[in-house]
Design a protein around this ligand. Structure first.
Ligand code: NDP
Length: 498
């Protein structure tokens, strides 16, 4: 058993942030744990309905009474660039706070998550410098203008698997388009976002960005049900997403939902074999296996199936599971004890269901109380197995063989989800046929994952509603207004003058 050190001395108490001031919630105190040691490292103060109400009032006031929504584009761009800079200037501290709550590998947090978080602000700064409205010239002598105006007060609900990278997309998009926002992180991972909001309070006017903390069914649902909210942007699981959307629907609050996935990683014999193998491993094991876009069902053409699976297992056995602070670590601890137990329960379930456990399936003994598990793969009896139908959200792959493109399409699409698909082949007709046949919002060809922020990201079926990305965010975070006016006085019917 190794002695694992904490990445950073955490704050003793995590508070919320309302109107650019730290606020003490009126709810319960909740423990926060470091996943690598299972040790309680801090306390989060939960926000109840009155606290959420204060945050909404603060955002509403900032939206209605200050010039934020009418701020010049130049000024907003300058502010967004300052937000980016403050992230990069505080990269080490933010990364260590992120690691402390999530157990993600520090190297990956610094090299990817924080870079993405900073870039999200630059991306929207650049995006709003080019936005434009529409103008229709009518031959009957009037002109119609279509304005895009800020939508209002936005509720932002973020998950625990990549708090900074995912929440900053929502924060940056909200404020770039002139809105005010209230962020609710997962109560499991509050540190980095609390720090970020406190840093941004030195840049943003009071009320533009507020933070409430607490459990989803408590603080989150008060936020969703609040009548002062104009939009909900949610990233999380499909089951939660459905209940959030039903609650929001009572007030017709529009929602953007980025939900779960059970994505197919489809490997043809015509693929560059080594790249496909590397890609399949990255697809399921990166981010400690906890990512919506994981390629968790690995479909391999029968001709190469045995060899591919054998080499995948060999590589899996070599993966370094361990201390998230060490550079050589490839998979860190799972984010919570409960989640680790849930993932491992799928290994038992697979065996009971007649799937074959190929590798892993157990808790790892790296640290007695830490939430470490062995990376796991099973050979599924068929795509109907529960390990192929349910989102496991961990380092857990399921293998399924296929014989033809048609069979691969049928298996890949046989799921309630439709977030992403991966296709590995060097045969162009196969690439085109498969790309068009996938019922998913994103198709990645010969690459594990690649995100172009100008393009829409989101899912078909139960993987989401609406999209995130440049124009998709512009549509979601703004209201359209049509203004019609005559170019010169039009002849009017004169009521009451006959
Ligand atoms: P959850 O759905 O459990 O939670 C997501 C967020 O919603 C958390 O902040 C949670 O708070 C909050 N929440 C929970 N219940 C409610 C409620 N009744 N009302 C309002 N808010 C609520 O997801 P996880 O945090 O477990 O994240 C993992 C899931 O997120 C996976 O399914 C994954 O696929 C999905 N995801 C999707 C992405 C995408 O882009 N499509 C990207 C990343 C993840 P709390 O945790 O405090 O209870």
């Amino acid at each position: 058993m190794s002695l694992l050190l904490n990445p950073i001395e955490p704050p003793k108490l995590i508070k919320s942030w309302i109107n650019n001031d730290a606020a003490h919630g009126s709810g319960r105190e909740l423990p926060v744990f470091y996943p690598a040691t299972g040790e309680q490292v801090s306390i989060l103060v939960e926000d109840g309905p009155e606290d959420v109400n204060k945050a909404v009032i603060s955002a509403r006031k900032a939206f209605d009474n200050t010039s934020w929504s009418k701020q010049s584009i130049e000024k907003r761009i300058e502010i967004l660039e300052s937000c980016r800079k403050v992230i990069l200037d505080n990269l080490d501290e933010l990364a260590r706070l992120e690691c402390l709550a999530t157990g993600l590998i520090l190297r990956e947090i610094k090299g990817f998550h924080l870079q993405r978080a900073a870039y999200n602000f630059r991306f929207f700064a650049q995006y709003i410098s080019q936005t434009h409205g529409e103008r229709f010239d009518n031959t009957e002598g009037y002109l119609t203008l279509v304005n895009r105006e800020p939508a209002g007060v936005i509720g932002l609900i973020a998950p625990w698997n990549a708090p900074l990278a995912l929440a900053t997309m929502k924060i940056a998009a909200s404020i770039a388009f002139g809105n005010c926002a209230i962020l609710k992180p997962s109560e499991q991972t509050p540190f980095s976002l609390a720090k970020l909001v406190s840093l941004l309070s030195n840049i943003l006017p009071p009320g533009v960005l507020n933070l409430v903390n607490g459990r989803g069914p408590v603080t989150g649902s008060h936020l969703v049900a609040h009548p002062g909210i104009d939009r909900i942007s949610f990233t999380g699981g499909t089951v939660t997403g459905r209940s959030v959307m039903m609650e929001a629907g009572k007030q017709l609050t529009p929602c953007s939902m980025e939900l779960g996935g059970k994505s197919a990683n489809i490997i043809f014999s015509s693929a560059d074999y080594q790249r496909a193998l590397d890609g399949a491993l990255i697809g399921i094991y990166s981010n400690n296996g906890q990512q919506c876009l994981a390629g968790s069902r690995i479909l391999v053409e029968e001709k190469i199936f045995d060899q591919f699976v054998a080499e995948f297992i060999e590589r899996t056995k070599q993966i370094v599971v361990g201390d998230p602070l060490k550079d050589e670590t490839e998979i860190g601890p799972i984010a919570s004890k409960r989640h680790m137990e849930r993932i491992l329960s799928f290994a038992d379930l697979a065996v009971k269901d007649g799937d074959k456990l190929l590798v892993g399936g157990h808790k790892s003994d790296i640290h007695e109380k830490g939430y470490f598990m062995e990376p796991t793969a099973v050979l599924a009896k068929s795509n109907k197995s529960r390990v192929c139908q349910e989102e496991i959200f961990g380092p857990f792959a399921s293998f399924i063989p296929f014989r033809s493109e048609d069979e691969a399409i049928e298996i890949a699409n046989d799921t309630e989800f439709g977030l992403v698909s991966y296709i590995w082949s060097d045969h162009m007709p196969t690439i085109m046929n498969m790309s068009e046949a996938m019922r998913s919002g994103v198709v990645w060809v010969n690459t594990p994952m690649m995100r172009e922020l100008r393009a829409p990201f989101g899912g078909f079926k139960n993987s989401g509603v609406a999209r995130e990305g440049g124009y998709s965010c512009e549509q979601f975070y703004t209201e359209e207004k049509t203004i019609s006016l005559p170019k010169s006085p039009l002849n009017l019917i004169k009521f009451g003058s006959r």
